[in-house]
Every structure is written in structure tokens, then in C-alpha cells.
Design a protein. Structure first.
Length: 476
């Protein structure tokens, strides 16, 4: 029996179809071409040898990155690497250790942890049904995943506060705008196993240190307390009553949140709603004695560390698991959506995920895309330290050995081919700091011409002198 032909009827229907061998049906998931190749034996057993004319045809339109995603290209990626290196150095100094969780999680993790009525869960998550019928979601944030891993692997059995950090992609179907993407990157940390306000202050101090080392200046730290399970429910009911008379004059999101999640009304960014929000009661004025004492202790610890902050009574987080300390860092260079990072305490999150053991914690997540955008202009790309210009084939063999030697010293080296004039032009375009000319005469003499491209100065140096000169220049 001849194998069916797989083709795309793009003019009438963009879906690929199976045509032939008594079949004319849409291309199913199991017919995917790659799966067809991986399961060739099973396919042959079912269809027999493929016909000579069998083919897979798709439209030849240009494929671009999915809307809301982007490619990170050099030299921008150098800034990303420097930011991440600065973050890792700070995490090391504060004794935090890296955790890597799956990008895919069960949907209920975020529905239960983040909050079923939050915008993230109701409008922004990428959720799909797996082949076994289970519901999976691309992680929209990572705190819930870290706590899930903490519970699953019994990290509470390890000594001391568990200090964990992560760097990686998250996914939300938001409206793309400046600094916000549907695949975005976060740098985050969690300190799990303590209710101490001193830990809160240390986490905030670490945030300030990290942003400074990453090159961000002129940012502002905002803090608040959102209470706990004792004082927040009565306040939410008070807020719901207050909103009944004014929600009709607010944006559509606020009208919905007034019923489903009144706290999120306070986080509204619509300018026309701000006069109404300013008149709503503030949670900080309705804290219980324990939450007020905790917040006062956090502020005192920040004061003693010399960390500047502003108390913003209407600062709330968009996720349900936050309680008590909450904080945000904003930067004027990002426009209306000016938040660089947010964080706070989540003492009840583990229990909401089914843990029988309490796991109080505090953490934060930095929007790495927005952080890089804020510091990129002040961080020029690292220069190419050396371009080696070999003159002829024998010189190329010697130049390759020299390039390897310098690279092992940690220098960036480009080994090029061509005529000397073209190689000098290439060195200028690449921004090389030095050009090393390697010819047969230089090899015979054991001395090579090293040209400083910024000053035009050229010296004749031995191999070991070149290495010393280059490494000294790289340190400056």
C-alpha cells in the first residue's frame, strides 16, 4: 500500500493534511514530521515503504520570533552576563545557593499559590492540557516553584535558614510594552525558615547591594506591610465596602477586582483612578499589634543599616501569598511602568501548597529585562583585546599557537586571515585594542609588531613581552 502524501493546502486551509492511501484528513499531532522520523519503524509497519512522491510541504513565509518574545544578541548579551555575574557575586557574599526548578509545573501550583483570582492566573498564564489529561503551565513566576521544591525535597531538614536564588525565564501573556515581554527573565532569591524582621531587612539590604553592583543608580526603595491572616481579612472587608460606592467610576479591572480581590485595586496604575484610591483606607492603619511591631522592627533595622526608603501605605503585591513586609524598587528611566523589582514575606504559602510544616519566608524577583534596559547605556561592550594578523600560511600556523596561548591567559583574541590592509580595517570595525602582525621575518627574529590601535604606537616585542603587555592593558 503506498504511503500517504503529507501536504499543506495553504490556499484553502493552513492546516497540513494526510492525503492518499484511502485517507484525506487533517494532520494530527502524532503525524508530526519529527515524530514520524523518530518512530520510523512503527510508521513503516503501518504504512509500508514510503512512496517516491511522499513529501512534507509548508509555506515558505519568513518565520519570526513569537510576538512578545525576542532574541538577545551581542553586544547586549554582554551586559546581561555582567548583571548576572554581579548578582551571583552578591548572592555568594550573603550565602545564597542556586536552585533550578522546571519551567513546566502543574497548573494547580500557581492557582493555589499565586491565587485563583489574580490577573496572572485568570488572564496571563500559558496553560495547556498534556497528553495524559493533566493541566500544565509555563511558570509565570518562581516563588511558588521554589516553595514546592522546598517541601518536596524536605529542605526544612537542613540546618539554618535556607537561602536560595534563581536566574531564568518566566512566561506571561501580557501586552508587550517597554521592558515587558511574554517571555521575560527574573533574578530572584528566597530566604525560607525564619519570621525574623532582621531577615527581612537583610534581604532588602541584599537587593540594594545587588542593584548597585549591577550599575543601577537613582532608584527608590518603597516598603509597606500588608498584614497577616488576622488583620488583613477585616481590612479587606472594609475596603470592599468602601469600594461599593466608587468602583463604578473606576477602570474595568478595578470594577472586577473590587469584588474578587479588593487589595489589587490599590495597585491600579490608571491615572484617572488615583484620586479615588488615595481616599481609600490604608492597610498600614489597620495592622494588628503583632504586624505593627514586626513592621516597626523592619524599619528600625533598615535605619540602622543606613538604607533609605519610603513607606507607601498603598503598596501591595499582585500575588495572594504575600503578608507583612512588602517592598518594591522603582526607577524613573522606565516610564509609567517603573518597577524594577518587587518582593515580600509569604509566611503561609507552604501551607496553601499542602505542607504540614510551616515554612515562613521572604524573597524578591528582579525583572532582569528592565534592569538591563536601565543600565545598558552606561555599560559599553567589552572591547576585543587583540586581533592577530598572520601574513601567509607559515605565519598562520605560528599565529594559531600564539592565539591559543593568549586565550589561555583570559584574553579575547580574534585570529583573522587576509591581506594586512583589510585586517587593519577589520580591527578598527571590531574595536580591537591591539593588532599583532605575524610574518615570516617576525617569526625568524622572534619579535613581533604589536600596534596600539588607539594611539597608533607600534612596538617590536618578544612573545613573553607581548603577553605581559596585553594582560597589563586588560586590567586597566
Amino acid at each position: 500500500m503506498p504511503a500517504p502524501t503529507i501536504r499543506t493546502q495553504a490556499s484553502a486551509n493552513p492546516a497540513a493534511r494526510i492525503v492518499g492511501a484511502g485517507q484525506d484528513r487533517p494532520l494530527r499531532e502524532q503525524d508530526d514530521y519529527l515524530l514520524y522520523r523518530r518512530n520510523a519503524a512503527a510508521t513503516l509497519a503501518e504504512w509500508g515503504p514510503p512512496a517516491r512522491h511522499a513529501s512534507m510541504e509548508f509555506p515558505t513565509t519568513l518565520i519570526k520570533a513569537v510576538k512578545g518574545t525576542r532574541d538577545l544578541l551581542p553586544p547586549s548579551t554582554e551586559v546581561w552576563n555582567r548583571v548576572e555575574a554581579a548578582a551571583r557575586a552578591v548572592f555568594h557574599a550573603y550565602n545564597y545557593h542556586e536552585i533550578r526548578t522546571p519551567i513546566l509545573e502543574e497548573t494547580q501550583l500557581f492557582a493555589r499559590g499565586v491565587g485563583a483570582e489574580t490577573d496572572i492566573v485568570t488572564k496571563e498564564m500559558y496553560t495547556f492540557e498534556d497528553r495524559d489529561g493533566s493541566s500544565l503551565t509555563l511558570r509565570p513566576e518562581n516563588t511558588a516553584s521554589v516553595i514546592r521544591a522546598y517541601i518536596e525535597h524536605r529542605l526544612d531538614q537542613r540546618p539554618g535558614v535556607q537561602k536560595l536564588y534563581y536566574i531564568g525565564p518566566m512566561f506571561r501573556r501580557e501586552r508587550p510594552q517597554k521592558g515587558r515581554y511574554r517571555q521575560f527573565y527574573q533574578i530572584g532569591a528566597e530566604a525560607i525558615g525564619s519570621v525574623s524582621p532582621v531577615v527581612d531587612a537583610e534581604v532588602i539590604e541584599m537587593v540594594v547591594e545587588l542593584l548597585g553592583r549591577a550599575g543601577l543608580a537613582g532608584f527608590e526603595l518603597l516598603i509597606n506591610s500588608v498584614g497577616d491572616h488576622n488583620c488583613r481579612p477585616p481590612y479587606v472587608e472594609l475596603l470592599r465596602r468602601e469600594l461599593k460606592g466608587v468602583a463604578g467610576s473606576m477602570c474595568g479591572d478595578c470594577q472586577r477586582r473590587a469584588e474578587t480581590n479588593p487589595l489589587r485595586v490599590l495597585d491600579c496604575k490608571v491615572e484617572a483612578d488615583q484620586p479615588i484610591i488615595e481616599k481609600l483606607p490604608a492597610l498600614v492603619d489597620h495592622l494588628c499589634a503583632e504586624c505593627r511591631a514586626h513592621f516597626d522592627a523592619v524599619k528600625q533595622s533598615l535605619d540602622s543599616r543606613g538604607i533609605a526608603y519610603q513607606v507607601r501605605p498603598r503598596l501591595v503585591r499582585g500575588l495572594d501569598y504575600y503578608m507583612r513586609t512588602t517592598f518594591e524598587v522603582v526607577h524613573g528611566g522606565l516610564g509609567a511602568q517603573n518597577s524594577v523589582l518587587g518582593g515580600g514575606r509569604y509566611d503561609g504559602l507552604a501551607e496553601s501548597l499542602g505542607s504540614k510544616m510551616a515554612a515562613p519566608g521572604i524573597g524578591f524577583s528582579i525583572g532582569e529585562d528592565r534592569l538591563v534596559m536601565s543600565v545598558e547605556s552606561a555599560q559599553p561592550a567589552a572591547p576585543l583585546e587583540l586581533l592577530i594578523a598572520p601574513l601567509g600560511e607559515p605565519a598562520m600556523r605560528q599565529a594559531a599557537l600564539m592565539a591559543r596561548e593568549y586565550r589561555r591567559l583570559g584574553l579575547s583574541v580574534e585570529l583573522a586571515e587576509g591581506k594586512l590592509k583589510r585586517l587593519m580595517e577589520l580591527a578598527n570595525k571590531l574595536g580591537a585594542r591591539f593588532v599583532l602582525i605575524v610574518g615570516e621575518d617576525e617569526i625568524a627574529a622572534g619579535r613581533y609588531a604589536l600596534k596600539n590601535m588607539s594611539t597608533g604606537e607600534q612596538e617590536s616585542l618578544a612573545d613573553h613581552e607581548i603577553a605581559a603587555r596585553l594582560t597589563a592593558a586588560a586590567r586597566n
